[in-house]
Design a protein. Structure first.
Length: 419
């Protein structure tokens, strides 16, 4: 475990991590609570429901034939109603609950066949767990709580306390190391729990309804905090929630569960716009699509564009040819410069001015992954379309008020068509 120095661990960028092998592979995972799991499985294979199995045998089929993969650096959300099996599934991943059957591979190693010593080593090196309940030791300070896991591992005091102070600063509690848990708010206690999990520098964080006990405002703040930390540390996170809005905000992908089985796995947009069955459709009904659609989902291609060195006559020709009243201006490298209007371009042609002199530069811009919620305010407040640019300020597309309304209308029609 790397403890020396600051928390600058070598992490792969998230876009690069997608090309790697899965860090977690769950294959055919099953869990039955009861004395005769084989009988329960026979009934399920015969087509009986979870309720029917329980009525006939008294066995609870908590998980059945669950399979999925999680990629490095991904936030993978397990979502479902109470009793759907999501928390049981999470606890099977670190064998707090022993599976009845199936395989769980972490970095290619099947943890189900591991001895207790081997399992403890994996938990210490690779897994961090954060529960809904804060589970802080009330008689110890915040800092002592954070470094407790390191102390159990035998890490010397002169190494574990600097590490604990560092992760406390990371979660915004740098001045609270000497405080007692009873002096903290619920959100602060959950930050301590997050810091305790991060102190071990695990590859994987398992978060079971971690923010469910918090007030709505604090809950949103913790969601934002988690996303900020993820940008810096690029952990692999499996996050359990019953809250659809939380799943949509946090998840790179979502697995929707029902009666111990996975009904659909997909990105937030795939879950909302392409529900695989009526259950998924009912589950996501009424979701505000502005929170899900991103700039790249609604933008239009930026054609035509004019290079700033081309001159006003070229810009005028393009506007006349395409029957438009403005055109975006880019550099030779296609970096966004702004736009020119028809009236200004006509005047520049008459006056013999350069295109560079009439470029309007206060055009709003946004990133391709920005949510539609954020873009709407830009589109309403500006008389110009919103330019979509990448990290290098290269023009990718544009968004007008009409394109926003059109995207929302298309998704509404798609939802009605599947009803």
């Amino acid at each position: 475990m790397k403890l020396e120095g600051s928390v600058i661990f070598e992490k792969l960028p998230r876009e690069d991590s997608r090309s790697l092998q899965p860090i977690i592979s769950v294959e055919g995972l099953t869990r039955v609570f009861g004395q005769d799991p084989q009988k329960a499985l026979e009934l399920r294979n015969a087509g009986c429901s979870k309720e029917e199995i329980y009525e006939e045998t008294g066995e609870t089929l908590a998980l059945y034939n669950v399979s999925f993969e999680v990629m490095p650096g991904e936030i993978f959300v397990l979502m479902g109603l109470s009793g759907s099996g999501k928390s049981t599934l999470l606890r099977c991943i670190n064998r707090l609950i022993e599976p009845t059957g199936g395989r769980i591979l972490i970095d290619g190693e099947d943890i189900i066949g591991m001895s207790q010593d081997e399992l403890r080593a994996v938990r210490r090196r690779k897994l961090g767990m954060i529960f809904q309940s804060f589970a802080l030791l009330p008689h110890q300070t915040v800092l002592d709580n954070v470094v407790f896991g390191l102390e159990v591992q035998g890490i010397p005091e002169d190494e574990r306390y600097p590490r604990g102070e560092e992760v406390l600063r990371m979660v915004g509690l740098g001045n609270y190391g000497t405080s007692m848990p009873s002096h903290l708010s619920g959100g602060m206690k959950q930050r301590v729990g997050l810091a305790r999990a991060l102190a071990n520098d695990p590859e994987i964080l398992l978060m079971d309804e971690a923010f469910s006990a918090l007030d709505p405002l604090i809950r949103r703040e913790m969601q934002d905090e988690l996303l900020n930390l993820q940008q810096r540390l690029n952990k692999t996170i499996i996050f359990v929630t019953h809250d659809l809005d939380e799943a949509l905000k946090l998840g790179d992908r979502i697995a929707l569960m029902r009666d111990g089985e996975i009904v659909q796995v997909g990105t937030p947009e795939e879950i909302l716009t392409n529900p695989e069955n009526a259950y998924v459709e009912r589950f996501v009904a009424g979701v505000d699509m502005t929170k899900v659609l991103s700039a790249q989902d609604v933008m239009r291609r930026p054609e035509p564009v004019v290079r700033c060195a081309a001159g006003p006559r070229v810009a005028l020709h393009l506007m006349e040819e395409h029957d438009i009243e403005s055109v975006f201006v880019v550099s030779r490298e296609r970096r966004f410069r702004g736009l020119v209007t028809l009236d200004d371009t006509l005047e520049a042609v008459r006056a013999g001015r350069e295109l560079e002199e009439i470029i309007i530069t206060d055009v709003p811009t946004t990133a391709p992954d920005a949510s539609l919620t954020d873009i709407i305010s830009l589109a309403v407040e500006s008389p110009y379309p919103v330019a979509v640019v990448d990290d290098g300020n290269r023009l990718q597309g544009f968004i007008s008020r009409g394109s926003i309304l059109g995207a929302l209308a298309r998704n509404g029609e798609k939802t009605r068509a599947t009803a």
